[in-house]
Design a protein around this ligand. Structure first.
Ligand SMILES: [Cu+2]
Length: 286
């Protein structure tokens, strides 16, 4: 099961990720042309170890364009496979330093871009998303602490104007500072679209019984003290997406019911977390 409680604790301090060193092997697993909606390229990322010290592997390169990104968690705990694109040349150590700032809610350098990837994935399971990848150098980060081994890869070729496939389960958007789209369908792919300029993530927590959005707002405003109005074992989260990033999540862990959607991130320039600025909203899963 996913553990939103853990996600909540991590997310309250910023990006749920850390990075210590660049490693990974050069095994190539990507295929496909990367252009056109009919045949997305495939990018397979794996994680191992623990949430506090995860290790990641990724192919050395993958073509730009429409890409199905899978993240297989061969580790012992649940953690995510977050993609970070760096503008220019930046070492794993520099990426790690920016992540630490993000966790502290401090201003982040422009070259550090959160580019989606796969959200929290239970040990032994695989999650996948479809995105349009732009060229550049990427790192895979995730978990709760500095990875034992991070992975980096190149997205090669020209920028693509490919579009995401339509998602049968519906679409949810995010901007400054609200969510758009109040209902999605369980058991189907869902699009998550950041139309804003800030980074956001989508965390959905299933409300218990008659609990309301106001109960959730009070809980978050009270820094998560007391009994949560949502089920700790029924939730879903995306990776962190900078402005303009969107993705189709192939099989989000959303069961029929009423959820609260929340973003715990602060602006890239720092400041209060977004749930204090309006990013707490209802989501009906049908
Ligand atoms: Cu946000």
């Amino acid at each position: 099961m996913r553990t939103p409680r853990k996600t909540l604790a991590i997310a309250l301090t910023g990006l749920a990720a850390g990075l210590a060193a660049c490693g990974g092997d050069d095994e190539k697993t990507s295929t496909g042309s990367g252009a056109g909606p009919a045949a997305p390229a495939k990018l397979a990322i794996t994680g191992s170890g623990t949430a506090k010290a995860p290790a990641f592997e990724a192919p050395a390169e993958t073509p730009a364009g429409l890409t199905e990104i899978s993240f297989t968690n061969d580790g012992k705990d649940e953690f995510d496979g977050q993609l970070v694109r760096v503008d220019g040349e930046h070492s794993a150590e520099e990426v790690s330093a920016e992540l630490a700032k993000a966790q502290a809610g401090k201003p982040i350098q422009d070259w550090f871009q959160a580019k989606g990837g796969v959200g929290s994935t239970p040990a032994g399971e695989t999650g996948s998303v479809v995105q349009v990848l732009e060229p550049g150098t990427y790192y895979v980060v995730g978990g709760e602490g500095p990875p034992k081994d991070a992975a980096s890869f190149e997205v090669t070729g020209e920028a693509s104007d490919a579009e995401l496939p339509s998602a049968e389960g519906g679409k949810v958007g995010a901007g400054e500072y609200s969510f758009f789209g109040a209902s999605v369908t369980s058991g189907a792919a869902v699009e998550f679209d950041n139309t804003g300029k800030q980074w956001h993530h989508f965390i959905a927590l299933q409300l218990i019984g008659d609990a309301t959005i106001d109960d959730a707002k009070k809980f978050f405003a009270n820094e998560g003290k007391g009994k949560p109005p949502f089920d700790e074992n029924k939730g879903f989260d995306t990776s962190v997406m900078d402005g303009g990033v969107s993705q189709v999540v192939n099989d989000p862990d959303l069961q029929a019911g009423n959820y609260v959607l929340v973003c715990f991130l602060s602006d890239r320039q720092g400041g209060p977390p977004h749930f204090t600025k309006g990013m707490v909203a209802p989501l009906e899963v049908k």
